[in-house]
Structure formats: structure tokens, C-alpha cells
Design a protein around this ligand. Structure first.
Ligand code: FAD
Length: 328
């Protein structure tokens, strides 16, 4: 139907990012309000298995473009295919995850279609048949509501973990609509030569526990301590921009306005002052534990638990206590 809500299913070589399913959950709510359906759309070499997963999380239909040229993600090829689908079917709304891949495809498609794009949405609702998209602005101090009256589809990227994961029902099925669309290799500027495995084993955005370090760690060595604590409790290591800029840890680990937005169950911030740009990326964590030697550090205003002290003394004590409790 022309006023359907479409959700882009992000995957790497067929492995779906589970957070695409969160979008099917909110997509279904929006579709109900519009009196329409939530549909998935995917691009890849072979997306058959993706369809089954999408149906079990609520999609009633999946639109697909398949082909060898789409084997590995390349923004040019994927965006052309997404633009083709969106232009042909003109759904009311198209949702993408606010990840590197999602933002890449959404932005290129919106530009190719000549439409606007609301990035990093944290709220989506239908009001009078019109979608309203809410996003943070000015480092998370304000929220703004974006309405794009003339565009169809309305395109938004959605912050991971902003919406609840819908229930899975593996008995559900749906219709797959395959479109023949291709891109010639010669028209692409990039080739994927090989994949290098990142040293980072736990995806920061999806982690339930994050141990983060800032400038207060004083050196790269401080991150060894963060990693020891994170490994003990099955967490990922994050960082402030100051730590990244100091060259102590990769930019991939940066949390904040110009880094990743995370929403773990526990966020342990060590030697991080709590600048507004850092808070913008982690303030919605369920529980924030701050370790800082300055009792006046702003991070304490946002912390669930605060420990005033030198991390070099506090963190080894935490590790020791947890080792005993977890029998490690
Ligand atoms: P500092 O502010 O220097 O704080 C260090 C803290 O460590 C202090 O509170 C100190 O008391 C404490 N400390 C020192 N020694 C110890 C010790 N031994 N034990 C315990 N505590 C100790 N920042 C981000 O993090 N992410 C972003 O995405 C980001 N984007 C930005 C975008 C823009 C446009 C701008 C202008 C800035 C951005 N910043 C970002 C930078 C941000 O403004 C701060 O400069 C940065 O977050 C500070 O990092 P920090 O807390 O590690 O360092």
C-alpha cells in the first residue's frame, strides 16, 4: 500500500543486525496508526533468510533486490538499489538504523530522491496522518520535532535502542517481492578487497555493560585496566573524545555527540568529567557509575552511583571484589 511503513534490514553478508528488528516494532506501531502495513526491505546477494526473520518480527511483506554486486556492503550500490525501491513503491515512511551503514544508505537515498532526512531520531509518532520525528539537538540539551510535509517517503534514521524489541513469532510468514535491479561494476568507484577483523570483540552500541575511560586515565596503560574490568563482567570498552584524541584508544570506541550513542544497562565512567558532548552519547544508560577524583566533576550529577577517588586505586578494588563474587 502506498502509505506503508518500510524498515531497512541491515545485515553483513546475511547476518542481520538484531536492532533492525527494533525498527519493525516501532514501524508496526506507526503502520497501525496510519492504517497500513509494516514492510521490510533488504539488499544483498541472497536475502531469503532475512525475509523469514523479518516476518517473525512483524513485517508482512519484504521487498528485495538481490545480486552478486550486492554481496558486500558498498554504499553506492546499496543506495542506488534503495533509491530504486523507494522511488518505485513510494511508501509513507522509510526507517533506517542510525548506524554507519544505515545513515550512509539513508542519506544517499534521500539526496538521490531530493528529499529531507531526519537523522538519529529518538521519537516517532503519527499525528493527523503525518509522521513527526523527534531528535536531540545542541548536544542533547534540547529535543526538536521534525516534520517533512512535502516528501514521500519521509526518511529517518533511528537511534539504536531508542525503541523496545518486538516479540518474535517464528510461525509468522509473509510475501517476498523481488525486484530485478542491478548496478554495473564499472559504475562503482569502490571494490571490497578484504575484510580485516576489528580488535574490538564486543559491539559498543549493542553492549549491555560498558567500561569507559577518559583523559583522567593519564595514558594508554589506563585502558588495560578498563579492559580487565570489562572482560571480567562481559562488557565493552568505551572512551571519551579526549582519550581518543590523545591516541590512547581507537575512534571506534568513542562515546558521545561525535562518537557512538549507547544505552547499556551499566555504564562505568572512569576519569571522565561529564562534558555535555559525552553525556549526549550515554546519558540514557540504565545505571551510570562514575569514578572521578574530583568530587565536583559534572558526571556525578548524572551518575546513579559515584565513587570519589583515583581510578588507579578504585578499579583494581572493583576487579578484586568482582573476581571473588564471580569466582573468577
Ligand atoms: P576531561 O574533561 O579533561 O576530564 C578528565 C576527568 O578525569 C576530570 O574530571 C578529572 O577530575 C578526572 N581525573 C583525572 N585524574 C583522575 C584519576 N587518576 N582518577 C579518577 N579521575 C581522574 N567528547 C566526548 O567524550 N565525546 C564526543 O563525542 C565529543 N564530541 C564533541 C563534539 C564537539 C563539537 C565538541 C566541541 C566537543 C566534543 N567532545 C566530545 C569533547 C568534550 O567537550 C570534552 O572535551 C571531553 O568529553 C572531555 O573528555 P574527558 O572527560 O575524558 O576529559
Amino acid at each position: 500500500m502506498a502509505n506503508d511503513v518500510w524498515v531497512y534490514i541491515e545485515h553483513k553478508g546475511g547476518n542481520i543486525s538484531p536492532m533492525s528488528f527494533e525498527l519493525l516494532g516501532i514501524g508496526k506501531t506507526l503502520a497501525n496508526d496510519l492504517g497500513s502495513n509494516v514492510c521490510a526491505f533488504a539488499i544483498g546477494e541472497n536475502v531469503g533468510d532475512i525475509a523469514n526473520e523479518a516476518f517473525s518480527y512483524g513485517a508482512t511483506k519484504m521487498y528485495a533486490v538481490e545480486g552478486e554486486v550486492f554481496k558486500s556492503f558498498r554504499s553506492e550500490a546499496y543506495a542506488k538499489a534503495a533509491t530504486f525501491l523507494l522511488d518505485k513503491y513510494k511508501p509513507e515512511v522509510a526507517l533506517f538504523r542510525a548506524t554507519t551503514q544505515g545513515t550512509d544508505v539513508a542519506a544517499a537515498s534521500a539526496a538521490q530522491l531530493g528529499f529531507g532526512l531526519c537523522t538519529d531520531s529518538i521519537g516517532l509518532q503519527i499525528d493527523g496522518g503525518q509522521i513527526k520525528m523527534t531528535r536531540a539537538a545542541f548536544g542533547g540539551n534540547y529535543t526538536v520535532t521534525v516534520v517533512n510535509e512535502k516528501a514521500k517517503p519521509q526518511i529517518a534514521t533511528v537511534r539504536p535502542k531508542a525503541f523496545a524489541m518486538p516479540e518474535k513469532d517464528a510461525s509468522k510468514s509473509g510475501e517476498v517481492v523481488k525486484e530485478s535491479f542491478s548496478v554495473a561494476e564499472g559504475d562503482l568507484n569502490t571494490k571490497v578487497l578484504e575484510f580485516l577483523q576489528s580488535e574490538v570483540t564486543i559491539n559498543l552500541v549493542e553492549a549491555d555493560i560498558i567500561v569507559s575511560g577518559g583523559r583522567g586515565l593519564g595514558s594508554e596503560d589506563g585502558f588495560k585496566m578498563m579492559k580487565e574490568l570489562a572482560d571480567m563482567i562481559g562488557g565493552a570498552v568505551g572512551a571519551s573524545r579526549a582519550a581518543v584524541d590523545s591516541g590512547w584508544i581507537s575512534q571506534e570506541q568513542q562515546v558521545g555527540q561525535t562518537g557512538k550513542t549507547v544505552k547499556p544497562k551499566i555504564y562505568i565512567a572512569c576519569g571522565i568529567s561529564g562534558a555535555i558532548q559525552h553525556l549526549a552519547g550515554m546519558r540514557t544508560a540504565d545505571c551510570i557509575v562514575a569514578v572521578n577524583k574530583d568530587p565536583e566533576a559534572p558526571i556525578f550529577k548524572n551518575a546513579t552511583y559515584g565513587i570519589v577517588g583515583d581510578y588507579k586505586q578504585v578499579v583494581p578494588k572493583l576487579v578484586e571484589t568482582l573476581k571473588a563474587k564471580l569466582n573468577k
